[in-house]
Write a protein that binds this ligand. Structure first.
Ligand SMILES: [Zn+2]
Length: 165
């Protein structure tokens, strides 16, 4: 029974022995199993104190930079693919003609940025991330579709009112 009490207090026995009840401390001194367990925990803690995180390999930074650049280059294609899928298979049929126009515009803008990225072989990192940030904000901006939808609805309203006159 007291062995279980010791196990619950092992960390305290190591770091703050005063907080552990005296009978528990006394038991650890007499019980081989408990003192062994305490010694084992102490050894582990000492090892962790000595342990030093290994240095990353010399090529880590450049490898990371290459992978980031690849991800950034993949971004425009992914965006356009997703938008196309949304336009073609979206449930809002009403929205399609105007959304296709918007998509074409996005492809021109995005494609231009993309071509600019590809043509300049020595890409300045700041420039790259700025373009990618721009595309990401476009990607995140699902509101564009909502705004297009409301524009479309407004147009319908004005059409019907002109018919009334
Ligand atoms: Zn014990």
């Amino acid at each position: 029974m007291i062995c279980r009490k010791v196990k619950a207090n092992l960390a305290n026995l190591l770091f703050d022995p005063e907080s552990v009840p005296a009978d528990v401390r006394g038991h650890v001194r007499e019980c081989a199993a408990c003192s062994e367990e305490l010694a084992s925990l102490e050894a582990t803690m000492n090892l962790m104190d000595d342990w030093q995180a290994p240095e990353p390999s010399t090529y880590f930074d450049s490898k990371l930079a290459v992978r980031l650049r690849e991800e950034q280059r993949a971004e425009p294609a992914g965006l356009i693919e997703r938008m196309r899928a949304r336009v073609l298979f979206g449930s809002n049929v009403h929205l399609r003609p105007i959304a296709v126009g918007a998509l074409a515009l996005l492809i021109i803008i995005g494609g231009g940025t993309y071509a600019g990225l590809m043509s300049s072989h020595s890409v300045a990192p700041a420039k790259t991330s700025a373009a990618v940030e721009e595309l990401k904000s476009l990607d995140d901006n699902a509101q564009v579709f909502q705004q297009l939808s409301s524009l479309d609805n407004d147009q319908d309203d004005s059409d019907s009112s002109s018919n009334d006159l």
